[in-house]
Design a protein around this ligand. Structure first.
Ligand code: TA6
Length: 287
């Protein structure tokens, strides 16, 4: 495995294929790119800020300790949408032996100044990124480092997947799920065999069996698969045609045709950890 530390970002290259690599920005510990045998898996806006001035538009921003706006929890309701770990500089912890290409990053209140000034949570986060030739796995470990207080949080991988053509794309294996339409705050059961995007979409598929592998299909060909461990919810977000014109760092505006957010998380309710307890969850994206 080759690991290049370029200061603001880390590039990991698979030992058996120089065209299989993953690039992580230390700011937000945001995966900017993952190429599997040369094929880019993620969508990144041409106007994404990579200088730490704001969360990255694209790749895999990390959402913690709150997903969307929390209107009820006295502590989490003070945080911006999606929390602040995607706006913090994470620590590169180095390579992990025993697998082809695995690295780790860490965050804690001592170095997460933007979050620490708004949220008193005591935690240690370790993100492990494992790169293989046909998939990559991101695993998060959250530890409650308090001796006395519980730790309550959401977690979500805000994954922007790259598409060839939205019009030719379907998302499979979410049929029958209970859905919270976040745009309209309504609930329904999705009985459609597959999801097609034809308007602005912001749907949380709740408590979907983690044995269900979500597929993104171009025509008849699977271009992405998503496997989850301990992440029961899947948020499907697509801005459609209008919203990108209002998002200044979404470029090109036609990019809506080449992306979809399929976001694995625990967002329907809060994870609660007792003092000293750990929580581990992961997603594996393949092609
Ligand atoms: O996950 C969908 C969403 O919450 C939408 O509200 C949309 O705004 C997107 O995230 C982008 O959020 P951001 O905070 O990155 O601009």
């Amino acid at each position: 495995m080759s690991v290049q530390d370029l200061g603001s970002k880390i590039i990991v290259t698979h030992p058996n294929d120089s065209n299989t690599s993953i690039t992580i920005l230390k700011y937000g510990c945001t995966i900017l790119s993952c190429k599997l045998k040369g094929e880019e898996q993620l969508w990144l806006s041409d106007a994404a800020r990579l200088d730490g001035s704001r969360p990255v538009r694209g790749g895999i921003p990390l959402v913690f300790p709150v997903f969307d706006w929390n209107k009820t929890d006295p502590l989490l309701s003070k945080l911006p949408q999606h929390g602040l770990v995607r706006s913090c500089n994470w620590e590169f912890l180095g390579k992990v032996d025993g697998t082809a290409a695995t690295v780790q990053f860490g965050l804690n209140p001592k170095i997460a100044e933007p979050l620490t000034k708004l949220w008193p949570g005591q935690y240690k986060l370790v993100l492990t990124i494992e790169l293989e030739l046909d998939h990559f796995k991101t695993e998060i470990q959250v530890e409650n480092t308090s001796n006395s207080e519980p730790l309550e949080f959401n977690w979500l991988f805000h994954t922007y997947l790259r598409l060839n053509d939205l019009d030719n794309t379907t998302v499979a294996n979410l049929k029958g799920a209970h859905v919270r339409d976040i745009l309209t705050e309504t609930h329904f059961v999705d009985e459609n065999p597959v999801i097609r995007i034809h308007k602005e979409t912001y749907d949380s598929y709740e408590k979907v069996d983690t044995k269900s592998i979500v597929q993104v299909i171009d025509g008849e060909t699977e271009i992405h698969s998503l496997e989850r461990e301990n992440l029961p919810d899947i948020v499907v977000w697509h801005p459609w045609t209008e919203k990108p014109t209002k998002i200044d760092d979404f470029e090109p505006k036609s990019g809506y045709k080449n992306m979809i957010c399929i976001q694995a998380g625990h967002v329907t309710d809060l994870v609660t950890l007792k003092p000293g307890q750990k929580w581990i969850a992961s997603q594996t994206l393949g092609k």
